[in-house]
Design a protein around this ligand. Structure first.
Ligand SMILES: Nc1ncnc2c1ncn2[C@@H]1O[C@H](COP(=O)(O)OP(=O)(O)OP(=O)(O)O)[C@@H](O)[C@H]1O
Ligand SMILES: [Mg+2]
Length: 262
């Protein structure tokens, strides 16, 4: 299996400027090592504040690590960002927790949906392309002329997914894509993501605080706690034989919630 994305010995601190004063201050992320095979579905779980979103931002090149190395498709991220920044961002797309944070309330859906193509491919998408992208996520062209406040949370999240996929990425990062939605819509959006992953051969990185969600759809799981990877491995292995007490607690909690749901 080819490794598409690899991070080794990553350290990151939002307060790096204070580190000189206090070299022992804790890192936001410490000594992170992860490898994602092309076409895999990888889940990142951990409690609020454990560093999940920070890790995703680093892997997508939105922020830069203090130490360590990230490699995407055989080239270091530093090289990508200095030589082929647009191509890197085209191939690595994110969907955020709340569609409100990715869709500008002042813009019609048509304008928001066209943005990645304009910015990363420097062309204006055709009307048929816009409609095809919407169809791919189960929406009709009717929504194109609407503003975000005229749509439901589930519809907005579908648009955010269509927008991310419009530039045909290799990796789709979904950072808590369903936590702002109610339970029935959550399942629809997760199923949609899985369907799209298979149809487009994506590598899907799913971030969630809910191990039950991640275990249902991911082949591999990375567990973060206080900025460190405390467990990483195949889903079946992590769920049946967790190596740390922290993961064991998460596994037990996820079993309890699955029982409630069934
Ligand atoms: N822009 C920022 N500036 C300073 N500190 C930040 C910033 N963003 C996050 N942090 C801090 O970094 C740590 C990790 O935050 P992060 O958002 O990555 O966690 P998370 O696991 O995604 O949490 P959640 O589940 O709540 O989304 C937290 O202590 C947080 O307060
Ligand atoms: Mg987060």
């Amino acid at each position: 299996m080819t490794v598409l994305l690899e991070a080794s010995e990553l350290f990151f601190d939002y307060h790096a400027h204070l580190r000189r004063r206090d070299p022992n201050a804790s890192w936001t992320l410490r000594d992170i090592n992860v490898a994602m095979p092309a076409g895999s579905t990888v889940g990142i779980v951990g409690e609020s504040g454990s560093g999940k979103s920070t890790l995703v931002r680093l892997l997508c090149g939105l922020i830069v690590q203090s130490r360590g190395r990230i490699t995407f498709d055989g080239r270091s991220l530093t090289e990508w960002l200095s030589e082929d920044r647009r191509e890197f961002h085209r191939r690595n797309q994110i969907v955020f927790q709340s569609p409100a944070s990715s869709l500008d309330p002042r813009l019609r859906i048509k304008t928001s949906l066209s943005e990645p193509t304009k910015a990363l491919e420097q062309r204006k998408p055709e009307a048929t392309e816009l409609r095809n992208w919407l169809q791919d996520v189960g929406l009709s062209g009717e929504v194109l002329s609407r503003y975000p406040h005229q749509l439901s949370g589930g519809q907005l999240q579908r648009i955010a997914v269509a927008r991310a996929l419009s530039v045909r990425p290799d990796v789709l990062y979904a950072d808590e894509p369903t936590s702002a939605l109610d339970v029935s819509v959550q399942a629809q959006v997760l199923n949609l993501l899985m369907g799209l992953k298979h149809r487009h051969g994506l590598t899907l990185v799913l971030v969630s605080h809910d191990l039950a969600v991640v275990a249902r759809v991911c082949e591999q799981i990375i567990v973060l706690k206080d900025g460190q990877v405390v467990e990483a491995g195949g889903t079946a292995e992590v769920m049946s034989d967790p190596k740390t007490d922290y993961t064991r607690t998460l596994v037990e909690a996820s079993r309890a919630t699955s029982l409630v749901r069934t």
